[in-house]
Design a protein around this ligand. Structure first.
Ligand SMILES: [Zn+2]
Length: 342
């Protein structure tokens, strides 16, 4: 049994951080064959260290490694799995371009994908660092399938390999493992496939499991999603408050599960004030027991500048500190304890 003590309303981040300019430049140079992988990788490690330091300085409780080695969250896994090839640039959301994975053979994992970077990031800090995975449904949904007879077969094979990866992260010491599934609400008609895959993905895991889901409308699938086998749901309450809170009021949220409440708009340059963020936290506390609640931004911070990400997180932590003090005055404990069967 492992007990993790955290301050009430623990703070965290969803996953990605902005890449420093020197890393953006190096990634472009590497893509054009101008520098070797070893040079790029050294800069990825340097940037990861800066991301860890930044979170420590700000006072975040559960850290992320920042995904300096990743471009697109689905393509990164596809690039490292057997059975995929990668397309040229494809347009997505407005003016974003990314390389789309194409499935051309049976999916297999030939080596751990995320473990070395996790271990490196965790070696830089005494605070827990989350292991970060993209879920099988999202990888499949964001890929072209030219091999499997149907999407379910592809999703379930991906679930097996992401499960292997999660078990390896746990072995490497990850106390928190996050499986991102943003594509799930975009296809409510396929919720059974997503559910079946999620069971396989989390099979045998004993760490604290989180799923971050953004995009889409939860209304048709809420009852299914909240029963996914995870400890915590991480949802975007800033941009989706008007949909999520009524849903929670009407359909409920399991008392035994944790919720990470997004209180920062990651799509806006504007730095929210401490008071504004406090109001968002207090809104969340009307719907959840404070001992269930974690606080973070709505989504990954990779589209913000480094300075914006820093300023937003600083105000988030200041707001949390003030609300914590108020909670303790009201008689809530200053700490929560998470018990894991590790
Ligand atoms: Zn997101």
């Amino acid at each position: 049994m492992k007990e993790i003590k955290l301050p009430i309303l623990p703070t965290t981040s969803v996953g990605s951080f902005p890449k420093p300019d020197y890393l953006v430049k190096a990634r472009n140079q590497y893509a054009r064959g101008l520098i070797p992988y070893s040079t790029l990788h050294e800069l990825e490690l340097k940037a990861t260290e800066e991301v860890i330091r930044l979170q420590e300085e700000i006072g975040i409780d559960i850290l992320v490694h920042g995904e300096m080695e990743r471009g697109d969250m689905a393509t990164y896994f596809a690039e490292n799995l057997e059975g995929f090839t990668i397309s040229g640039l494809v347009r997505s959301y407005g003016n974003r371009y990314y390389k789309k994975p194409i499935v051309i053979g049976k999916i297999r994992r030939t080596k751990p994908i995320t473990v070395d970077m996790f271990k490196y990031a965790q070696s830089l800090t005494k605070k827990p660092v989350k292991g970060m995975l993209t879920g099988p449904y999202t990888i499949a949904d964001w890929s072209f399938n030219e091999y499997y007879d149907n999407k379910r077969d592809l999703v379930l094979d991906l679930a097996e390999v992401i499960n292997q990866e999660a078990l390896d992260l746990e072995k490497a010491g990850a106390l928190f493992v996050q499986i991102d599934e943003p594509a799930v609400p975009t296809h409510p008609e396929e919720i059974e496939i997503a559910k079946e895959a999620f069971k396989i993905t989390t099979r045998g895991l004993r760490s604290f499991l989180i799923t971050h889901i953004c995009y889409g409308d939860f209304r048709p699938i809420w009852k299914e999603v909240v029963n996914f086998p995870v400890h915590q749901f991480d949802l975007e309450f800033t941009n989706n408050a008007d949909k999520l809170y009524p849903l929670i009021e009407n359909e409920g949220f399991p008392r035994e599960k944790y919720i990470a409440v997004g209180v920062i708009d990651v799509h806006s340059h504007r730095i929210e004030s401490v008071d504004e963020i406090k109001a968002r936290i207090k809104e969340a506390l009307k719907h959840f027991n404070p001992e269930q609640v974690f606080i973070d931004p709505d989504c990954g911070l990779k589209t913000r500048t480094w300075e914006e990400a820093k300023a937003k997180l600083e105000n988030m932590v200041k707001a949390v500190m003030e609300v914590r003090e108020e909670l303790v005055k009201q008689g809530y404990p200053s700490e929560i304890t998470i018990k894991l069967d590790l």
